[in-house]
Design a protein around this ligand. Structure first.
Ligand code: GLN
Length: 191
């Protein structure tokens, strides 16, 4: 059995653990550098990207994690996790950094206060039918996707909200909160 880590510095760790366990994965929480050694893949959960960024540095896990992502570790980021995977971030808080790996520019809290959170049926051609029930919670969007990456889903307004590049998969929305398992399955298939 392959072991999947969930980065557990802050955010909605439990929902991902439950989803991964329901798909038969062995799941461990990752906070410290030495915990990276035992994993075959990693989920970066939603939460607050600037907080996760700060804590990753405080726990000394940032640099080794960046190295493992560069080495091709399968990674799945949702919401704040997408922000952390993007190579470029606009409107981050002062000093905010990302791990990078995904050739993309993200905008945080892209839907503003009015529509901070919403759910929608999202067509993800790669996953076929039915459409994905997608929960957007103070969600980011991908403003620009580099040529190394590929869009998996686009909102009617043209914003890319799911993308992949090599072993990296990232979504603006939270599939773990709507019982949508196909993206986790896609990630697990790479381990
Ligand atoms: N707005 C959060 C951030 O900037 C992301 C929200 C989420 O992960 N649900 O990190």
């Amino acid at each position: 059995t392959r072991t999947v880590g969930v980065l557990a510095l802050q955010g909605n760790v439990r929902e991902h653990e439950a989803m991964l366990a329901s798909l038969g994965a062995r799941v461990v929480r990752v906070r410290r550098p030495e915990e990276l050694a035992e994993i075959d893949g990693l989920v970066l959960p939603g939460g607050e990207s600037s907080t996760i960024d700060k804590l990753s540095r405080a726990f000394g896990v940032r640099d080794p994690l960046i190295e493992r992502i560069r080495d091709g570790l399968p990674v799945f980021g949702t919401c704040a996790g997408l922000i952390l995977l993007a190579d470029r971030i606009v409107d981050g808080i002062e000093g905010q950094q990302t791990f990078g790996g995904l050739d993309a520019t993200v905008r945080r809290n892209a839907f503003g206060r009015q529509t901070e959170s919403f759910e929608t049926e999202l067509d993800v051609p790669e996953l076929g039918d039915p459409p994905v029930r997608a929960a957007f919670i103070r969600a980011p969007v991908i403003e620009e996707l580099g040529s190394a990456a590929r869009a998996l889903a686009t909102l009617p307004d043209g914003h890319v909200v799911a993308a992949e590049q090599g072993a990296i998969l990232a979504t603006s929305f939270h599939p773990e909160q709507t019982g949508e398992s196909r993206l986790h399955e896609r990630f697990l298939a790479r381990l």
